[in-house]
Design a protein around this ligand. Structure first.
Ligand code: ATP
Length: 202
């Protein structure tokens, strides 16, 4: 029996954009993922206290962004759990779900998140339980970060995703939308339609 390969992609997704989609698709192609779960955080630990769109709006936007990709799905598991969303809790919860019990789990994260990884709750348990797939990001030396992560977690399985750094962030997108500037090449049309319909980021 071949083992299922499952990607876990957590984020704020406020809004989801091409950086997220490129990462997920390159990860799927590179390691042959059977499924990628997009998991919007209820309250991301590093964003507690900041104002973010509602979980429902972010889930709706993710659903619209991934609709054309049969291997991608939305998981509401962090949104339905109370309080701050910790990846270790999500990893354990996903592991309890059918058909993921015996899956090999791959955690997708950008270089900015890898830079903080050592400070995540139970990071050693995450490093033991999942392969890390790290994406380059403008302003971060990904190969140095990978070396540092291997030094800190000697058993970690970590790989660099073969993609160029895409200099787009949700923060930049939100400020462009607020200023009424064009963004339509940075996020899927159905996501932008939802943003406009709901008046988000204005
Ligand atoms: P914000 O600007 O609001 O902080 P963001 O664009 O970084 O948002 P998140 O939803 O916080 O988006 O990111 C989810 C995951 O996707 C994180 O692991 C982040 O590092 C990664 N990511 C987001 N944008 C990119 C990008 N352009 N290149 C590589 N990784 C990215």
């Amino acid at each position: 029996m071949t083992v299922m390969r499952l990607g876990m992609f957590g984020g704020t997704f406020d809004p989801p954009h091409i950086g997220h989609l490129v990462m997920a698709e390159v990860a799927r192609e590179t390691v042959g993922l059977d499924r990628v779960l997009f998991i919007p955080a209820a309250i991301p630990p590093h964003k507690a206290g900041l104002s973010i769109s509602s979980g429902e709006d972010r889930a709706q936007m993710v659903a619209r962004a991934i609709a054309p990709y049969p291997a991608f799905s939305l998981s509401r598991c962090e949104l339905t759990r109370d309080g701050v969303s910790y990846t270790i809790d999500t990893l354990r919860e996903v592991r309890r779900q059918v058909p993921y019990q015996d899956a090999h789990i791959y955690l997708l994260l950008g270089a900015d998140m890898l830079a903080q990884f050592g400070a995540w709750r139970e990071s050693a348990a995450i490093a033991d339980g999942a392969t890390l797939l790290a994406a380059p990001r403008e302003g971060y030396e990904l190969s140095d970060l990978i070396t540092r992560t291997r030094a800190q977690f000697p058993n970690v399985d970590i790989r660099q995703l073969p993609m160029p750094p895409l200099d787009v962030s949700a923060t930049w997108l939100r400020s462009r939308i607020k200023e009424g500037r064009r963004v339509e090449w940075l996020l899927p049309a159905p996501v932008l339609e939802y943003v406009e319909k709901r008046g988000l980021y204005r």
